[in-house]
Design a protein around this ligand. Structure first.
Ligand SMILES: [Zn+2]
Length: 209
C-alpha cells in the first residue's frame, strides 16, 4: 500500500492475517483468519509486537452540506448508488479523517451525480463493498451525495473473485492485490499510486474552484 489514504480504514477493512499479526484494539478476526477493522480510524502496525490496531477518530453528529465523506457502497441500482456514510474527511492538501459519525447515515448518489461523464452502466463506476469519498449535496431527506469531479470516487474495493483488497491502478480501474483481477470503477484521484498528470491537475483545480 502506498498512497496517503491507505492507513485510513473503515469497519471491515482487511488489515492482515492471523499468521502475520496479532489482532489489537479496534480490530477483530473473521472466520477465515483475516484481521479486520471494527472502527473508523488509522491503522497502526507495531513491528516488534507484530500487533495491529486501529486508532479511532473523534465523533461527529451529523453530515453537513458540502462535507466530504467516507462511505461504503451497500447497493447499486440502475440509477442510484446506495452508500453508508461513516466519516467526514478532508481531501486537500492531504487526505485525513475529520471525524466519525456517531451513527451510520445512509445516502444515495443519483445517476446524474455519479460522474461528470455520460454514465452508460452504473456498475462500471461503483459496486457493492467499494470504499469511496463523496460530497454531500443535500442533507434533506433523502441525503444526497455526488461523486462528480476527479477527487471523488473509489479509494479501494473488494475483489469479486477472491475477496482480497483491490487498489486503483488508473482513473477508471481497480486491480486485485492477490489474484490480479481487474474491474472498472470511478477512482478517486487521491487514491492513485502515481502523482496526477498535468491534465488531471487542471481537472482537480477546476473541481476545487
Ligand atoms: Zn482477487
Amino acid at each position: 500500500m502506498s498512497s496517503s489514504s491507505d492507513n485510513f480504514v473503515v469497519p471491515g477493512t482487511e488489515l492482515g492475517v492471523e499468521e502475520e499479526y496479532i489482532s489489537g484494539s479496534g480490530t477483530y478476526c473473521d472466520d477465515e483468519g483475516r484481521i479486520r477493522a471494527s472502527v473508523v480510524g488509522r491503522a497502526r502496525y507495531d513491528s516488534s509486537s507484530r500487533g495491529v490496531s486501529v486508532i479511532p477518530v473523534k465523533k461527529l453528529l451529523y453530515p453537513k452540506q458540502g462535507s466530504n465523506v467516507l462511505g461504503i457502497v451497500t447497493n447499486v441500482h440502475r440509477d442510484l448508488v446506495v452508500v453508508d456514510m461513516y466519516a467526514e474527511v478532508r481531501l486537500q492538501p492531504r487526505f485525513s479523517i475529520i471525524g466519525e459519525y456517531e451513527s451510520t447515515f445512509t445516502a444515495g448518489i443519483p445517476l446524474s451525480q455519479v460522474s461528470e461523464d455520460y454514465v452508460k452502466d452504473i456498475h462500471d463506476y461503483f459496486r457493492i463493498g467499494d470504499v469511496i469519498v463523496a460530497r454531500v449535496i443535500s442533507v434533506g431527506a433523502p441525503l444526497t451525495l455526488s461523486t462528480r469531479g476527479a477527487l471523488y470516487g473509489v479509494l479501494y474495493s473488494q475483489c469479486s473473485v477472491c475477496g482480497h483488497l483491490m487498489l486503483p491502478v488508473n482513473p477508471r480501474s481497480v486491480k486485485c492485490t492477490y489474484c490480479g483481477h481487474v474491474e472498472k470503477r470511478k477512482v478517486s484521484a487521491i487514491a492513485l499510486p502515481k502523482p496526477p498528470s498535468v491534465k488531471l491537475k487542471k481537472l482537480l483545480l477546476r473541481t476545487l474552484s
